[in-house]
Design a protein around this ligand. Structure first.
Ligand SMILES: C[S@@+](CC[C@H](N)C(=O)[O-])C[C@H]1O[C@@H](n2cnc3c(N)ncnc32)[C@H](O)[C@@H]1O
Length: 246
């Protein structure tokens, strides 16, 4: 066999493969475009790893009771995952609460300039989430509260909220996180686990996002202390709450 034959022999299948790959790529792009609104997924899958770890820790020390709070539901995937874990860990004394405007990120003078955190990003709908949770047989396990986070919005909710066992804060921007921390303040207890999905975003800049909100909260509330317990992905961090003097 001549050298050229070998080259031709190799080229043909690779051109075919390239064509097939391009076809598949085009199909995938079109599929995603057409079905983007129907897809059920988590924006940050590594958050799920963090939630699992938190369930495991609280279960081992008998603190998987009270409330699982989730701020930032989007499609409902992480909320569904928490329901599934609650079944798996037999957390019968755990109430599950979810909070979202379903209108995407709000205007954030502090953080909107960053590409992934623009106003309106991660817009979804309550109807979509409720349908999914119904389909997956967990809708009866959760209470979902729709609306933009504010003292006014939270005050209007008529619910007997339990103390925090686990709180997932996945609302990305500084202003949202400030409202969330003020709302959960009276429900914190020694050992509550707070998962901040975006704590290490903005290149770990102390002047942005959830990191800034938590640092200000700590300075304003002398009774509050935190212990870093683990990171998840490059973006998330989990803390355990310590009530000073307790
Ligand atoms: C990154 S997504 C949440 C992703 C979800 N946890 C997951 O794993 O797929 C952020 C969500 O926070 C919500 N959000 C952010 N700030 C909010 C605010 N101030 N009030 C209500 N919802 C807010 C957005 O509507 C959006 O659904």
């Amino acid at each position: 066999m001549k050298k050229d034959d070998i080259r031709v022999g190799l080229e043909k299948p690779s051109i075919l493969r390239l064509k097939k790959w391009l076809q598949w790529h085009r199909y995938k792009k079109q599929h995603l475009k057409l079905h983007k609104n129907d897809l059920f997924y988590s924006v940050t899958p590594l958050l799920l790893e963090g939630i699992l770890k938190a369930f495991d820790i609280q279960s081992k020390r008998n603190m998987l009771n009270g409330g699982y709070y989730e701020f930032g539901i989007f499609k409902g995937f992480s909320l569904w995952y928490a329901c599934t874990l609650s079944k798996f860990f037999e957390a019968n004394e755990l109430s599950i609460y979810g909070f979202d405007s379903f209108e995407g990120l709000p205007n954030s003078p502090v953080d909107n300039s960053k590409p992934a955190f623009g106003e309106g990003h991660y817009c979804s709908s309550l109807e979509f989430v409720e349908n999914k949770l119904k389909e997956l047989n967990v809708i009866d396990m959760v209470s979902i509260f729709e609306g933009f986070y504010s003292a006014d919005h939270f005050n209007k909710i008529d619910s007997d909220f339990q103390d925090v066992s686990i709180c997932v804060i996945d609302c990305d921007v500084y202003e949202s996180c400030v409202e969330v921390l003020n709302f959960i303040k009276p429900h914190l207890r020694n050992g509550s686990i707070l998962l901040f999905d975006d704590y290490n975003c903005f290149l770990e800049d102390d002047n942005h996002g959830e990191r800034r909100a938590l640092s200000e909260f700590e300075n304003e509330n002398e009774w509050f202390d935190k212990k870093h317990i683990f990171d998840f992905g490059w973006h998330g961090a989990a803390f355990e709450v310590i009530l000073k003097g307790d």
